[in-house]
Design a protein around this ligand. Structure first.
Ligand code: ATP
Length: 141
């Protein structure tokens, strides 16, 4: 079966380096499925649970955002942060999620503190936390 190398690097380490069958990502231009021999491409990445297929198996990796470069035999993801499920602190992600959600609610309600809330920052923090919770299969009410 044809494979393509996937390397995910964050500022301080290589998070992932494997031969895979397919990568499914949320790029800034929409969802993309990358197979071996894909045409060269560079795109931005949104915070997400990245789906990595290896033969019949699927792995999820949390990516906080960054860039992806595709070459026919190699995908390089330069992530601001990325984690495999086993490396995620679920409580930390839950707390980040709730903090972001509270900020977004306060902003919507026009609460007194809302003028100090950076709503775009709160929304991306929520997406990063949601990606971490998704890859660890954690549900939050
Ligand atoms: P927090 O508010 O909890 O810091 P964040 O989304 O702002 O979350 P990032 O800026 O995306 O965090 O990441 C900063 C560093 O912390 C990165 O090295 C990232 O891998 C790590 N990190 C963030 N959240 C978690 C988590 N829940 N479990 C493990 N590592 C995490």
């Amino acid at each position: 079966m044809a494979v393509i190398r996937l390397e995910i690097v964050s500022p301080n380490q290589v998070i992932y380096s494997e031969d895979i069958s397919m990568l499914i990502v949320r790029s800034t231009g929409g969802e993309l499925g990358i197979l071996p021999h894909h045409a060269p491409l560079v795109t931005g990445l949104l915070p997400q649970a990245m789906r990595v297929k290896i033969a019949e198996r699927e792995e999820l990796i949390a990516v906080a955002g960054g860039f992806m470069e595709v070459q026919p035999d190699k995908i390089t993801v330069l992530a601001s942060a990325a984690e495999k499920p086993i490396d995620i602190n679920i409580n930390r992600a839950k707390e980040a999620y709730m903090r972001a959600q509270q900020r977004i609610e306060a902003f919507k309600e026009g609460a007194p503190e809302s003028e100090n809330i950076d709503i775009t920052r709160a929304k991306t923090a929520l997406q990063r936390a949601a990606a971490r919770l998704k890859v660890t299969n954690t549900h939050i009410e």
